[in-house]
Design a protein around this ligand. Structure first.
Ligand code: TXA
Ligand code: MG
Length: 360
């Protein structure tokens, strides 16, 4: 394992070819390189190199039961990674790639089993970010890349987040500035019938349904009433800051009243409170000694997505003990926001209107 991690800056739209070639050479040599995608930073390794893949699990401290996503840059690579690709996958990839959606297909024998946690399926995505595309292109091989965070930590949306988690564990971080979407890709399994959304993300369910009317998604994302994990690696504990996260839901006025009194009560016990707040709601907490991380305007789900993980990390760095946040509308990107908040809370949802405390 390398003892020093190099960090190099690139222009996100026109990355320096020399730097890209350097990153590609490391990947071909079996090393780990973190790079930006439009969703979050990924931790890349040559998808054909079983030992390099093993290093990803070690660097992230990720259980080997949690499969990785393979990134490609050219549609011709799809048939190197997957086999028995159905027509529906051809149609969907033509429509949504490059972009923030991952499809689960039958794994090709050329992809080592440890990429997929020994499943006979493989998750594949073609990223849209110019730096990710340039690196995968220059490497000349498909690149397996999970999010470049330590297991269970919020996914990284800046190079600094990657440094905070993985410094000294990987060869190189290509810094292309903050990622734009800020939440991971939508994952759709096309080996299940009907096709199923395993994780909501950058491509909305509404957009998917237009192209794939039969798609279903796991109701786990809208309620907490689940019994078993729907897919390997879809553990509830995920995206967790060190602090406890309390997620408030219900009518907005009641939420704000309740968040205020909860913040007050927690402060009374001597704990530090952080609030992940839309800009408009910050004044509610003005007379309390709380740390605020701003999410942008409450009607702007894109900005909220882009700031969610960095807000959680920011509050952690301020050593808060408890983070208070409210739910947002659950349409469009809001479904993915709700999913990540639910995971960050590990089940601590407070319904201020007094409905079931376990449903969203
Ligand atoms: O936006 C993204 O998807 C980012 C960027 C870097 O591309 N990547 C990412 O990867 O979020 P990761 O490893 O954090 O999430 C991969 C998840 C796994 O946890 C698992 O739930 C699902 O993808 N997955 C991967 N392979 C699968 C498979 N064969 N069957 C079912 N789910 C799979
Ligand atoms: Mg991840």
């Amino acid at each position: 394992m390398p003892s020093r991690t190099r960090v190099v800056r690139v222009d996100p739209s026109h990355p320096d070819p020399t730097i890209i070639q350097g990153a590609a050479a490391l990947l071909r040599a079996g090393q780990l390189v973190a790079f930006p995608t439009e969703t979050v930073y990924g931790l890349g390794a040559n998808a054909f190199d079983e030992q390099a893949i093993q290093r990803i699990f070690e660097a992230k401290e990720r259980p080997e039961s949690d499969p990785l996503i393979v990134h490609i840059v050219d549609i011709a690579q799809l048939d190197l990674v997957a086999t028995d690709v159905p027509q529906v996958a051809r149609d969907l990839t033509a429509r949504f790639w490059p972009g923030p959606v991952t499809f689960v297909l039958r794994r090709s024998a050329t992809i080592p089993p440890n990429v997929s946690a020994r499943l006979d399926t493989v998750a594949v995505r073609m990223p849209e970010h110019p730096v990710a595309q340039a690196i995968v292109q220059a490497a000349g091989v498909p690149i397996a890349a999970p999010s470049a965070n330590l297991f269970t930590r919020p996914s990284p949306t800046t190079a600094q987040h990657v440094i905070d988690d993985l410094d000294g564990r990987i060869a190189l971080i290509v810094d292309g500035g903050p990622t734009t979407i800020g939440l991971e890709s939508t994952i759709v399994s096309l080996v299940d019938q009907p096709p199923v959304v395993l994780r909501p993300g950058g491509v909305t369910l509404e957009a998917l349904r237009v192209a794939l009317p039969t798609v279903v998604f796991n109701p786990r994302y809208l309620t907490m009433d689940h019994v078993q994990a729907p897919a390997p690696g879809m553990l509830l504990k995920h995206y967790s800051p060190n602090a406890d996260v309390l997620l408030f839901t219900g009518a907005l006025d009641s939420i704000l009243t309740q968040m205020y009194s909860t913040a007050h009560a927690v402060i009374e016990t001597g704990k530090r409170v952080g609030i992940l707040s839309p800009d408009e709601e910050q004044p509610v907490f003005a007379d309390l000694p709380v740390v605020i991380a701003l999410l942008g305007s409450r009607n702007d789900l894109e900005t909220i997505s882009a700031r969610l993980f960095s807000g959680l990390r920011e509050l952690d760095q301020q050593h808060v003990d408890v983070i208070l946040v409210r739910g947002f509308e659950r349409t469009g990107l809001g479904v993915a926001i709700w999913d990540r908040l639910l995971r960050a809370t590990e089940g601590q949802v407070i319904d201020v209107d007094g409905r079931s405390s376990t449903s969203g």
